[in-house]
Ligand binder design. Structure first.
Ligand code: PLP
Length: 366
């Protein structure tokens, strides 16, 4: 299968996929036929197995990008008299709070700025003081900066106070070892085009079955009704309610097989971590600085400060790297002038070394 991509995507989704993942999309599927529905059922089981060893969990696939799935969970599992608390330290946390507000769900935000983890003592106090809060939603890997949030510690606090825990593990699931039962998450959300390295088009939710079963008739949307989608898949052998993204699903099945072939999540985590290590070491050598303290840094994406050099311009830097075959990502924080380099996808340390050579050839100062 020829790989005719003009550049490697160093963006955290969509990301560079293997030629074999792209290749399996070259056929059409009948959504009524067992061939396809059995594929979906096996996939749902595989996702649960990847999320935890503990029994009692189930999965739902949902059309759309990752945000659609987050909205589907928030809109379908919080009852009318429920209240949502969101610790925020980036765009994706902010987005969950915005979803809550748009859906007229009472929403409280704990903002810890852009480069610091959530304040755990404050979270504990708020949950103790406000019994109306029913759900806590948090981002695992905050792709805005590359921050990895302490989801185990947060889970312990949320469970001590007996609330429902929603985890946006969009850019970490499949790339960072985790067990959602140990974390205490009741709902875990991720999508096809992140660390499992599929192509975009749908996302998925892994849920504690007994919690999801309580969510009949709560949804604030028809197409994003998580419970109805789950019920249809559960009772009709993997059938989706509305047109399913068949080619994307087939590609995802291949991507999951390639994750196993690579050696599972531990091996993928090791590759991503090495990508990050080689990148940061090389960038330091070239005079760049990271935004985050290394202790908070995920192996998914790294934020760098734009160099304080006369005539430096991100767009020119971006275009030059693109002509060398690499696409990087602009920054997204307000407190500093940054750009980002993602290191997930079909990307290995040698690609990062080639990138560093291209950056060295691009910059005109030293
Ligand atoms: C990618 C991502 C999402 C979903 O974004 P979409 O553009 O809707 O796919 C949500 N949360 C995090 C942390 C992400 O990295």
């Amino acid at each position: 299968m020829p790989n005719d991509n003009p550049y490697l995507l160093l963006t955290p989704g969509p990301l560079s996929t293997t030629p074999t993942v792209k290749g399996v999309m070259m056929r059409d599927w009948c959504t009524w036929d067992d061939d396809y529905n059995n594929l979906v059922q096996a996939l749902r089981t595989d996702l649960v197995t990847l999320a935890t060893d503990t029994p009692g969990y189930t999965s739902v696939l949902m059309q759309g990008s990752g945000t659609f799935c987050v909205e589907s969970v928030i809109g379908s599992v919080i009852p009318d008299d429920g209240k949502l608390l969101v610790p925020v330290n980036g765009e994706y946390g902010k987005r969950m709070a915005e979803i809550g507000r748009r859906l007229r769900i009472e929403t409280v935000v704990h903002d810890s700025g852009e480069v610091d983890p959530p304040d755990l003592a404050r979270l504990d106090r708020t949950l103790a003081d406000d019994p109306d809060i029913t759900h806590v939603a948090v981002v695992h890997s905050e792709t805005t900066t590359g921050m990895l949030n302490p989801v185990e510690e947060i889970g312990r606090i949320v469970k001590q106070h007996n609330r429902i825990y929603i985890l946006d593990a969009m850019s970490s699931f499949g790339g960072i070892p985790m067990d959602m039962a140990e974390i205490g998450a009741d709902f875990l959300v991720s999508s096809a085009n992140k660390c499992i390295q599929g192509v975009p088009g749908f996302g998925f939710v892994i849920a504690r079955r007994e919690v999801l079963e309580l969510c009949t008739d709560r949804a604030r949307s028809l197409s994003l009704d998580l419970y109805d989608q789950w019920h249809e898949m559960e009772t009709k052998n993997g059938k989706w309610r509305f047109t399913s993204p068949t080619h994307t699903v087939r590609a995802f099945v291949q991507a999951l097989q390639e994750l196993r072939d690579e050696g599972g999540v531990d091996a993928r985590y090791a590759r991503y971590s090495e990508n990050h290590r080689v990148l940061v070491e090389g960038m330091h050598r070239l005079g760049f600085q990271c935004l985050l303290t290394e202790a908070y840094q995920s192996p998914i994406i790294t934020s760098f400060l734009n160099p304080d050099q006369p005539d430096y311009n991100f767009k020119r830097f971006y275009d030059a790297l693109k002509s060398h075959g690499f696409v990087i990502y602009p920054g997204k924080v307000s407190i500093a002038d940054t750009f980002r380099i993602g290191h997930i996808g079909d990307v290995n340390p040698d690609d990062i070394r080639r990138l560093l050579t291209a950056i060295d050839a691009t910059i005109y100062w030293d």
